[in-house]
Design a binder for this molecule. Structure first.
Ligand SMILES: *[C@@H]1O[C@H](CO)[C@@H](O)[C@H](O)[C@H]1NC(C)=O
Ligand SMILES: *[C@@H]1O[C@H](CO)[C@@H](O)[C@H](O)[C@H]1NC(C)=O
Length: 528
């Protein structure tokens, strides 16, 4: 059993191929009537609950079995919640007592996996994938976790990630690797990049180990793993969702968002987690004005592309993608978008794309190094108890536990650079000013002058543009390369434009329906 214990990444498994096929295809409920959990949307699950074809407890059992089966390969889950079953039973009981009298909400009884940087005041550790934080006691649930619980969601466990958001050693820690889980794998292509840092959140949803998950993004950490693992990733405007109780990188850019198999599932999650939070006062009070009355569900509109103006900035991606399958698919998708009523404004140029795309030049890295030290130290000092209380402690921990943390192999160069900073001074303020100017002259000017509703890019080359100004984006599965490696299409926009982005993404998804589940078996070969 995995329950209650950290999953041993090295555990080997043995069972017959029949077991696997049964697991992957059906869960028999009530003898004859079968409900397929694989790929089930939240709407389908809620209908199955209503029709007594499925209980939350059965759903949790199914996902725990999936995790036991697949996790030794995929390593996308760090801990399963020992209380997940009892939370599901509670949800089932509440539903029974309610007997359909009132709508309990889309997330009631739905299992959710959290990136291992979301504080949970329960039996689960919150460790950013590192041994340094194992055993630390958080003061309370992260605000978004509190909201999930209030909505009746089941906290299934913690997802793995690129350790410390890869901020321990940028460019050195492999995407998806953390000390506690080992190397997470792309479920479509074992040798494929799972991207990061919310790798476990994306992989687990892709491989049907959970219904939906939460991730966080500072610079690509939701959009990129969602793109690479064929799931939907929704990165909200900074401040739309509270970051209180989530291990930070750079508060000016950090945002919490949904990873799911469908746009509607992401939107249901968004509706629950958005809103003002006194513990993240400034950002959430600023962004609260963007939240529409009636929430985001109303924008799940199949005709959402009608009349929309979508900008294509080819100098953002041509260099990297020219001639690829991704570009061929993208050209076809542009036609689909046109046929669905959108106007494509092509060949736009964004000023300073090269500077924007280089964190070392845009000011982003400068701001991150100083901002991270301040924000992490605040997080660590707020803990009720912890083996580490500062970035300096974490650096010492990594030095003293070099084998466990692979410190010699991957280093901790970014941590050391961050530790050398001393507050947000003149240099950092200049960096912030530069980022603001780049955004003004870049995306803001382009969108306004061309009256655009969104930018559309193949893959995720738009990430730095969205990171610099705290802008929202959503990625939707857009195809697979010959070797099965997935890729997405990304829609990004100005602050608070989630309603438009949701309309566009949902209409595109409904017109294309490209996503399919990966086929992972125990015979899955590590390198193809
Ligand atoms: C949290 O970490 C401790 C220390 O390693 C471990 O004993 C415990 O099982 C972990 N919790 C879960 C739910 O895995
Ligand atoms: C990409 O290909 C297009 C035509 O297929 C060409 O016009 C453009 O110059 C190429 N861009 C780069 C950066 O190679």
């Amino acid at each position: 059993m995995l329950m209650g214990t950290a999953i041993n990444a090295a555990t080997s498994i043995s069972f017959s191929i029949t077991t696997v096929l049964t697991l992957l295809l059906f869960i028999p409920i009530n003898g004859q009537d079968q409900f397929t959990i694989i790929e089930a949307t939240i709407d389908e699950i809620q209908t199955a609950f209503d029709q007594n074809k499925l209980t939350s407890t059965q759903l949790v059992e199914f996902y725990i079995t999936q995790i036991e089966t697949l996790n030794p390969r995929l390593r996308s889950v760090i801990e399963v919640n020992p209380d997940a079953r009892s939370q599901a039973e509670k949800a089932d009981l509440a539903r029974k007592r309610n007997q359909g009298r009132r709508f309990l909400g889309e997330l009631h009884g739905i299992p959710v996996l959290l990136k291992d940087t979301f504080a949970t005041k329960d039996k689960l550790n919150t460790s950013a994938g590192s041994y340094a934080l194992v055993g630390s006691v958080v003061p309370r649930d992260a605000t978004v976790v509190e909201r999930l619980r209030d909505a009746g969601a089941v906290i299934l466990g913690k997802a793995s990630l690129t350790e410390w958001y890869s901020f321990r050693a940028l460019g050195k820690i492999p995407n998806g690797w953390c000390a506690r889980a080992g190397q997470a794998k792309n479920p479509y292509l074992p040798s494929g990049d799972p991207c990061g840092s919310s790798s476990g959140s994306a992989i687990s949803v892709a491989a049907n180990m959970v219904t939906v998950s939460l991730g966080s993004e500072t610079h690509g950490s939701i959009l990129c793993p969602a793109d690479h693992n064929s799931v939907v990733g929704l990165k909200p405007t900074v401040g739309l969702t509270s970051r209180a109780g989530v291990i930070p990188v750079l508060p000016q850019h950090d945002t919490i968002g949904a990873i799911s198999r469908t746009v509607s599932d992401a939107v249901y999650l968004l509706d629950v987690i958005v809103g003002f939070d006194s513990r993240d006062y400034e950002a959430t009070s600023e962004a609260a004005k963007y939240i529409p009355v009636g929430g985001y569900k109303q924008f799940l509109n199949e005709n959402g592309l009608k009349g929309k103006r979508l900008g294509v900035v080819r100098n953002l991606f041509s260099n990297a993608l020219n001639g690829s399958t991704v570009i061929t698919a993208f050209e076809n998708h542009l036609n689909t978008l046109r046929q669905s009523g959108a106007t494509i404004v092509d060949d736009l140029e964004m000023a300073n794309v090269d500077v924007i795309s280089n964190p070392g030049k845009s000011g982003e890295l400068t701001a991150m190094l100083a901002g991270f030290k301040i924000a992490l130290n605040e997080y660590l000092q707020e803990l009720v108890s912890s083996p580490v209380r500062s970035l300096a402690d974490v650096i010492s921990f990594n030095q003293n536990n070099a084998d466990m943390e692979k410190t010699k192999e991957y280093g901790q160069g970014t941590f050391i650079s961050a530790e050398k900073t001393s507050g947000f001074g003149e240099k950092e303020r200049k960096a912030v000013e530069l980022m603001e100017k780049l955004s003004q002259d870049g995306i803001e000017k382009l969108m306004t002058e061309n009256e655009l509703d969104a930018l559309v890019t193949p893959g995720t080359r738009v990430i730095p543009v969205l990171a610099l100004g705290g802008y929202p984006g959503i990625t939707v599965p857009a195809g697979y390369e010959g070797n099965q490696m997935p890729f997405g299409i990304c829609f990004g926009g100005l602050k608070g434009t989630e309603p438009k982005l949701i309309e566009i993404a949902y209409a595109f998804e409904q017109a294309t329906m490209i996503r399919r589940p990966p086929f992972v078996t125990p015979f899955w070969i590590d390198e193809r």
